[in-house]
Design a protein around this ligand. Structure first.
Ligand SMILES: C[S@@+](CC[C@H](N)C(=O)[O-])C[C@H]1O[C@@H](n2cnc3c(N)ncnc32)[C@H](O)[C@@H]1O
Length: 280
């Protein structure tokens, strides 16, 4: 599906940019709802209007196009966006796995590339579990677990804009009754929630190492923690070893775990997940 999208992007640029220019448009296009986000290399920055118009012409569901400048920034993992074509708005509704998510692509984190990972977590869980999501964003993992597995989810997000959209998404996906949404720093969760969870999600790969001990303490014996990390390594084996050492170092003998690849972020740069079963 992603490959189809990249092919469509390349096709839409034929005749608009030279072959050399087209190579400076990175293949990392994302479509979130009706908004397309591309990354233009320095040599084609000035061609933004033409690239945007070509995308609007070839992708009929796209109504606005932005150029992402740089990577994701800060604790909230936000994109810096430059408008290049179409409507001047950053709010949209994204459809994924039969759910809908209101997203502001500039003011909140959201990645459509994690839709398969969300289903993986659903597949790993049993019906009606008690789940904590420490870093919920606009609620894609939390709402998916409630909708597809009847999970009761305590879903926490520090970014106020994402938190408000999460509340809206709970309603839109009809999981309000199963969701307690919090707008807290995850550090405070142990003092606010005197609960042991069946499953704790930590989808904040750049910072989750600061919270792993807390997550393990909030998980019942034999319950699960899903610990996401960005790891750079020359190959998967090396990255896996690095993450395994990190988890062992933080948890000690407090659990068993296996490591798997979630996705490739860049050359020699992976997102990995450690699925940790906390000691009884
Ligand atoms: C990588 S994003 C993942 C969001 C969501 N799970 C998703 O997949 O769309 C990490 C999220 O953690 C939030 N965050 C960052 N620091 C936090 C903290 N100390 N406590 C709670 N949330 C935090 C960010 O605002 C961001 O929405």
């Amino acid at each position: 599906m992603r490959r189809d999208l990249v092919r469509l992007l390349q096709k839409s640029l034929e005749g608009v940019l030279s072959e050399r220019e087209a190579r400076a448009v990175e293949t990392g296009i994302d479509i979130i709802g009706d908004i397309a986000i591309v990354k233009l290399g320095e040599s084609v920055k000035e061609q933004g209007g033409r690239v945007g118009a070509a995308i609007l012409a070839s992708m009929k569901n796209v109504k606005a196009v932005f150029d992402q400048e740089g990577g994701l920034e800060g604790d909230f993992r936000l994109r810096k966006l430059r408008h290049i074509a179409g409507e001047q708005r950053t709010l949209t509704v994204h459809r994924e796995n039969q759910l809908r998510f209101a997203v502001d692509v500039e003011k909140c984190y959201f990645s459509p590339r994690l839709s398969t990972e969300r289903l993986r977590i659903v597949e790993m869980s049993r019906p009606q579990e008690l789940v904590l999501n420490m870093f919920a964003g606009v609620g894609p993992y939390s709402n998916t677990l409630s909708k597809k597995r009847g999970a009761t989810v305590y879903s926490n997000e520090l970014n106020g804009v994402a938190f408000q959209l999460h509340l809206r998404n709970n309603k839109m996906n009809k999981v309000e009754g199963l969701t307690t949404t919090l707008n807290e720093d995850a550090r405070r969760l142990p003092e606010l929630l005197d609960i042991k969870f069946d499953r704790v999600l930590m989808p904040h790969p750049s910072q989750s190492h600061r919270f792993l001990e807390t997550a393990a303490k909030m998980t019942r014996g034999n319950g699960w923690v899903h610990y996401y990390r960005h790891v750079s390594g020359y190959d998967y084996g090396e990255a896996e070893r690095e993450l395994s050492q990190e988890v062992s170092g933080i948890l000690g003998t407090g659990g068993r775990f296996s490591v798997r690849k979630v996705r490739e972020i860049g050359p020699r740069y992976l997102e990995l997940a450690a699925d940790i079963q906390v000691a009884a």
